[in-house]
Ligand binder design. Structure first.
Ligand code: ADP
Length: 626
């Protein structure tokens, strides 16, 4: 009996977008439907491994196309796994892909402006059919069910669909599109052939087109070469083919940034084809449940997608396939986790990806910058999780640097190569943002001495420096922590002397400030790092700076509250004024206010709001009024 159903809300929204043609390339519907047919055959083959009865009598796995000009219908028929009634309703009545809600939300927020691009990224799948069809009929029968257990699904894409019992001689799925007015090009033999060639050439099962609206027969040669791209050497494959395969794999609308073909022989044998996307894929951003990983084939049989045992998490932006004949066909995710062959494949893959990135950095520096902007943050996780590859990773990271022209990112090697002979350490500053870093008083003396400072503005950068500790014999040194000695040995000795002398001359003032701020700072001392600013706050060499403290707290982690050291610049006129004030009258009540003001200023410079902000602003106002 025919039943009418209402599409789930997100499907209605998606259909609405699809039908009102926000997506300009309508022709991709064919790619999506052939992809689905091919996936369904992959599934049938896979399930057939454990249940032979499911695939009994199958002589050829095939995808047939029939273009009926009189009826104005285009039909796709596959010998795949098929669907039960429940599966049909679930797969074609709602969107199984999680993250769809977020996706629709993102679309709404963009108010349709960037919609085509977003839709492309997400992949419209089955619903793409409605771009070219005003009615779609699906007749499907699940493998392992009876002839009369088939279902007929029908919709005009207007919010509802119907299902009804049907019969189908063979298991599999038939999708019939009744084309919209003006879409007759998709009935044209040449047009169809070209589209299959363009989008679906690598599909592993034969796609055939029947002549004059008839079923294809043995005389009709497959339109696709079916040759798995990863089985061909790079020289045999055109860039466009790689791009189309990548799009098929990822639903990305842009071409990949880098293609990495691999063929490994020896102790373990496998072939792989990996891609580095140009941008953060939508699902990596928005789908918490998205498993990272590669698609696995064992001896040509598609075993499954997203096998995370093949790829460490810090390389989760890499997409692609791995095909090995060294694995058993019945591999499961559980087996994979601690399989020796898999471990070897994985370490080969990691090595190859890191080498490819290193090549890209050398031969395509602009591409590399694009890559690093999109995925650098993820790659840096490797410092924490893949200690073995630290030496390679340290050549791959890029940072901002205070002196870099036009904000160009620099590598550790760039920094090292530009160091003066007297500079023995690599200076860095961790801050919340590039602006905050550039404004920091801590930079002053270091930059004045002619050295550059790496500005680390990713929360993960603390990990990176903790893991690195040094680069080519140069210690990584936070300029807002501990002591700071700059220049040649003589310059250091001189600076030290000058600081000691200033410390002596300012002793009474330092003591007065210290007494007033006793509960807020651990020490008040003369600074080696300031040239323009009057004061700054520093911490001990081992302690966390303010940025990291805030970051830890934002992550709900304990950040031990520790007292800072207040450093003052002996050459600053303000400091000289205070010294004179203190000398004239050690009990001058203004000294306490000034101590509070200086401390408040130093706090603001590190991005901390003074605890007693009202008092601070009142003091500033009073001072201005005077
Ligand atoms: P996706 O393929 O990305 O999951 P689609 O919207 O294209 O999204 O398809 C939704 C689901 O419908 C598929 O996951 C699959 O379960 C089912 N499906 C679509 N086409 C077929 C087909 N030809 N044979 C069997 N199942 C299909």
């Amino acid at each position: 009996m025919e039943q009418t159903h209402v599409f789930k809300t997100e499907v209605r929204q998606l259909l609405d977008l699809v039908i009102h043609s926000l997506y300009s390339k309508k022709e991709i519907f064919l790619r999506e439907l052939i992809s689905n047919a091919s996936d369904a055959i992959d599934r049938a083959q896979y399930e057939g491994l454990t249940d032979k009865t499911l695939v009994e009598g199958v002589t050829e796995w095939r995808i047939d196309l029939i273009a009926d000009k009189a009826a104005r219908t285009l039909t796709l028929r596959d010998t795949g796994i098929g669907m039960t009634q429940a599966e049909t309703e679930e797969s074609l009545g709602m969107i199984a892909r999680s993250g769809t809600k977020t996706f629709m939300q993102a679309l709404k927020e963009k108010q349709g402006t960037n919609a085509p691009e977003l839709i492309g990224q997400f992949g419209v799948g089955f619903y793409a059919a409605f771009m070219v069809a005003d009615a779609v009929t699906v007749v499907t029968r699940r493998r392992g069910t009876a002839v009369d257990a088939a279902v007929r699904w029908h919709s005009t894409g207007d919010g509802t669909y119907t299902t009804d019992a049907a019969t189908r001689d063979e298991p599999g799925t038939t999708v019939t599109l009744h084309l919209r007015e003006g879409m007759d090009e998709y009935l044209d033999e040449w047009r169809i052939k070209a589209l299959v060639k363009l989008y679906s050439d690598f599909i592993a099962h034969p796609v055939r087109l029947g002549k004059d609206g008839k079923d294809p027969g043995e005389a009709d040669a497959p339109l696709n070469t079916m040759k798995a791209l990863w089985k061909r050497s790079k020289s045999e494959v055109k860039d466009e083919d790689y791009t189309e395969f990548y799009k098929h794999l990822t639903h990305d609308s842009a071409a990949p940034l880098r293609v990495i073909p691999m063929a490994v022989e020896g102790a373990v044998e496998f072939r792989s084809l990996l891609f580095i996307p140009r941008e953060m894929p939508f699902d990596l951003l928005h789908r918490a449940d998205r498993k990272h990983g590669l698609n696995l084939y064992v001896r040509n049989v598609f075993i499954g997608a997203d096998f995370d045992a093949l790829l460490p998490e810090y390389l989760r932006f890499v997409r692609g396939v791995v095909d090995s004949s060294d694995l058993p066909l019945n591999v499961s995710r559980e087996i994979l986790q601690d399989d020796a062959v898999i471990r070897k494949i994985r370490s080969n893959i990691v090595g190859k990806i890191l080498a490819a990135l290193s090549d890209m950095k050398k031969d395509k520096p602009d591409d590399y910058k694009v890559f690093f902007k999109a995925f650098g943050r993820i790659l840096k996780e490797g410092f924490h999780f893949d200690f073995e590859n630290k030496a390679k990773l340290q050549e791959l990271v890029l940072f901002h640097a205070a002196r870099a022209e036009g904000n160009a990112p620099v590598s550790l090697r760039d920094y090292r190569d530009a160091m003066k002979s007297t500079q023995k350490e690599i200076y860095y500053l961790i801050a919340e943002s590039l602006d905050a870093a550039r404004q920091s008083p801590h930079l002053e003396a270091v930059l004045a001495s002619g050295c550059d400072v790496l500005l680390l503005v990713d929360p993960i950068d603390q990990w990176v420096v903790d893991s690195l500790e040094e680069y080519e014999g140069c210690t990584l040194r936070a300029i807002d922590k501990g002591d700071l000695e700059l220049g040649s040995d003589e310059e250091k000795a001189e600076a030290k002397k000058a600081i000691e002398a200033a410390g002596l001359a300012l002793r009474p003032l330092l003591d007065t400030l210290q007494a007033r701020l006793a509960d807020r700072v651990r020490e008040v001392r003369v600074s080696p790092r300031l040239t323009d600013s009057a004061c700054c706050l520093v911490v001990d060499a081992q302690a966390m700076n303010a940025t990291m403290e805030r970051f830890m707290r934002a992550m709900n982690q304990e950040a031990p509250k520790q007292l800072r050291i207040l450093e003052i610049n002996p050459k600053h006129p303000l400091v000289e004024k205070l010294r004179a004030m203190r000398e004239a009258d050690a009990a001058d009540p203004r000294l306490a206010d000034y101590a509070d003001l200086i401390f408040g200023q130093a706090q603001l410079a590190e991005g901390t709001v003074p605890a007693d902000a009202q008092r601070f602003t009142r003091l500033v106002a009073d001072l201005m009024a005077r």
